[in-house]
Write a protein that binds this ligand. Sequence first.
Ligand code: ADP
Length: 257
Amino acid sequence: IACTGNPQYNADGIFKGYIGACVDITEQKQLQQQKDEFIGVASHELKTPVTSVKAYAQVLQAIFNREGDEKKAAMLGKMNSQIDRLTSLIGDLLDVTKIQSGRLQFNDDYIDFNKLITELTEDLQRTTTKHQIITELHPTGIAYADKDRIGQVITNLISNAIKYSPNANKVIVNTSIENNEILLCVQDFGIGISADKKDKVFEQFYRVSGDKQHTFPGLGLGLYISSEIIKREGGRIWVNSVEGEGSTFCFALPLNS
Ligand code: ADP
């Protein structure tokens, strides 16, 4: 049962009672639960064949490379990157069901933050020829958090910066320490986000709508998952943005000193 109501006062400001309404939401809750379970099972089932297809595609690409058949190797390369995209979409759906059922696991350990950024930016630089990923790394010390999960957040922020700045040629990744927190900011010079939508982008399935956005693929889950991860690690995540000029997404994690 879900109830909403308002306190009622008489002319002298004396409390008289509540007026409200209660609705039985059992069916609604059951439907939501069924939907969550379906997403969980469906994404789990999709994962197995996709992993297998990826393995075969990689073997084929290696064979064509060895035989010097550049055309076929390039086609298999494109196929592999599309399979990676599919894997990451399925991973996002699985993560959402894990968050909702409280099963998102964290294996916290000491992380050399700047080293992690360097590794990830090298990988991500290979995904774009248009953008230069510039790193401005200042000493950050050690964080105590789940390296893969934090890596997932950083990858998400940098990939978004690239995706939502199709006419720009650089993305800046900056790290620092401020007030006993490790700070990471990813700045892009892309489409930006209007002030009224800035906080909504961290909500589940939220995607900014509008003509300009149509060309950008996605499910609207990356930032939701990222913000859940950062919150669980005791940190904060936010964005500063000017529509038409670009965005700076930042997160702060407690410093492990
Ligand atoms: P997705 O990119 O799959 O839609 P996200 O959760 O990562 O999902 O982002 C949610 C929405 O926030 C995006 O659809 C987009 O409208 C907006 N957004 C995210 N990052 C940026 C960015 N760097 N610049 C402009 N808009 C962004």
